[in-house]
Design a protein around this ligand. Sequence first.
Ligand code: KIV
Length: 292
Amino acid sequence: MTQISAAHTPAPQQANDSSKALYGGKSNRRVTVRDLIAAKERGEKWPMLTAYDAMTASVFDEAGVPVLLVGDSMGNCHLGYDTTVPVTLDEMTMLSAAVVRGTSRALVIGDLPFGSYQEGPVQALRSATRLVKEAGVGAVKLEGGERSLAQTELLVQSGIPVMSHLGLTPQSVNTMGYRVQGRGDEDAHRLVRDAKAAEAAGAFAVVLELVPAELAAEVTRSLHIPTVGIGAGAACDAQVLVYTDMMGLTPGKMPRFVKQYADLRAQMVSAARAFSEDVVGGTFPEESHTFH
Ligand code: KIV
């Protein structure tokens, strides 16, 4: 059973109907999970970026990025934690609300943080309800396939769209570490089973993180719902990157799957130094910045 019944799924579009495209299309209304499934039917790929505040979210909305994930990567990228594990539901709710306020078109997905859904479906529903009601997200994401099935089912039955996260699941860093998942027959079969279970439970999409490209391609072919790859090769229906990585804000060496599209950290350091030198040297403010 998929979450979107045939009766509610828009008729498949022609491949050349670019006005309906998720990226670069003409629609100004907010993107929905039904649009993502329709895009897979059209064979259209789409981008997703993380965002953690209203200003950055508004930039990505202006750029036309159709889906924004308020990822629990905010732990490492925004809140100064070492991992995603300490992120709380209060933090997630506050930053998700900011991202929703900063956007008018993107579908905003809020991550369920570690400890906010593992106890069982009722806890998951309580946590997801906060993200939907208080923050206004259009969907939530949780980690795990078969191990989170009951949670996914109850959320979907309750009207909350769910994105599953498989492969490397950073909330399990203490047991799993950070390494490619799904290598070897047994692990690969488990990942395919997890993906099919997530789809059967009603998930509208599956994130595949750090998975061999061939396996991600097989999962993508075998599902009706879209796969969103991060370090999972080019065959996935969509691709996601953590925005601080692709914008060059994250310090240090980037993982191999990151492509850096800007060098914002160097630009910001240089701008902050220029401002500081102007202040110390007395060349800012100038007459044009001054009121009399
Ligand atoms: O938290 C996050 O940013 C994520 C993406 C890497 C998919 O889960």
